[in-house]
Design a protein around this ligand. Structure first.
Ligand code: GN1
Ligand code: MG
Length: 374
């Protein structure tokens, strides 16, 4: 593994950390930034852990705007958490200011690094087969959205324009097919056909935003299970991480993406697609958890569209993996040449299974909504 640890000491100094570095471990789960857990020993012998992250500038082109958003959002969360009697050091991230006052520092080769606290006594996971913990993950993202419900979205930059505009994602796929720069289009005709056959789904939410039929909220937009820190002792989802894409968006983006990732019976990059399916028990757990904390703020239209959002976000993600494969793998980190194609297969297999289960998902949703009405 290519552990890019050499600059860690320089980065630490830029953030005023002068303790002795005792351990560096890489956190593998993200597809975009490079993340490390770094431990230091303080003069009194105590260990203090931080997260060091190298920002992917290909994806986040303006680090000032990116960090502006994150600092504003975490400051808001901190206030609300304190007002509710919580512990802001554990329930949100705290980013460090570098000695020059900025929330990132620039090292050799224009590498942009940022540092935040590491929330001790927590764990994160890539999959869950425990309904109770998955309920907790829904409750955590529902709470996150509720805490941001009075945050002014116009104070945020769009870190990635049209991030969940599925119509634009579809157009990017069409462009990739047309250009075929990696000469792969012929080998993925079935995948392309699957994507093109569902074009009409792309405009459903986009059109409803334009018509004012769905409220724009401040949303996380990347609500994978592994973006939640669970308390080791209580299994509660106490802290939401990966705040790079917190922007104005739809509750449906957050809900749908959580189901896409967490209610799949297989991993996002499982090679055997026969293992891929939508777990209805996990769906029920998540929707119940989510509505238990966000429920009263959602409109009936939003609630009605929750099952569809799971399909749409899965489809959109599959399109993005396919587009990146056609473009020669320039966006997502990959660990082997077909990785994006494998990811696309799992997403499309999940879309097909969700299509078979939409009615059951709607019935489950209605039952949970009735339970958490107030
Ligand atoms: C990326 O950064 P990470 O791995 O949490 C991506 C998401 C995708 C996800 C697919 C900024 O998330 O949009 O849904 O991969 N993030 C960005 O696993 O593009
Ligand atoms: Mg992310």
């Amino acid at each position: 593994m290519n552990l890019d640890t050499q600059p860690i000491a320089a980065v630490a100094a830029c953030f005023g950390i002068h303790d002795t570095c005792t351990d560096i471990s890489i956190i593998e789960s993200g597809h975009i930034n490079c993340t490390y857990k770094v431990s230091f020993e303080k003069p009194d012998g105590q260990t203090i852990n931080y997260l060091f992250q190298k920002i992917n500038l290909n994806v986040f082109k303006d680090p000032d705007k990116l960090m502006h958003n994150i600092v504003a959002v975490t400051a808001h969360l901190r206030k609300k958490i304190i007002a509710a009697g919580g512990d802001p050091e554990r329930e949100t991230l705290t980013f460090l200011q570098a000695v020059d006052g900025k929330y990132y520092t620039v090292c050799e080769n224009n590498a942009h690094w940022r540092v935040c606290n590491f929330v001790d006594n927590t764990y994160s996971c890539d999959s869950i087969d425990n309904n109770e913990v998955f309920f907790n993950s829904g409750a955590a993202f529902g709470r996150f959205q509720r805490l941001l419900s009075d945050f002014d979205g116009s104070a945020l930059y769009e870190t990635i324009p049209d991030f969940h505009n599925t119509k634009k994602r579809f157009e990017a796929l069409q462009e990739a097919i047309k250009n075929d720069i990696a000469h792969r289009a012929d080998s993925v005709r079935d995948e392309i056909a699957f994507a093109l056959a569902r074009e009409k789904d792309c405009s459903v939410l986009v059109d409803m935003i334009a018509d004012g039929a769905l409220p724009l909220r401040v949303t996380h937009n990347d609500t994978k299970l592994n973006n939640i820190l669970f308390d080791n002792d209580t299994n509660e989802g106490i802290c939401i991480v990966d705040l790079d894409t917190v922007m104005p968006g739809l509750s449906l983006y957050d809900f749908g993406d959580s189901i896409r990732f967490g209610a799949n019976t297989a991993a996002e990059d499982e090679k055997d697609v026969s293992k891929v399916s939508l777990s209805l028990p996990l769906y029920e757990s998540y929707v119940s958890g989510y509505l238990s904390t966000a429920g009263s703020s959602l409109t009936s239209k939003e609630i009605e569209l929750l099952p569809f959002s799971a399909k749409l976000m899965t489809y959109e993600c599959g399109i993005r993996f396919l587009t990146d494969y056609l473009n020669g793998d320039t966006y997502f980190k990959i660990h082997y040449p077909e990785h994006n194609l494998v990811r696309c297969h799992t997403q499309f297999a999940l879309v097909a299974d969700i299509e078979r289960k939409l009615e059951q998902m709607s019935a489950i949703t209605a039952k949970a909504a009735a339970l958490y009405k107030d």
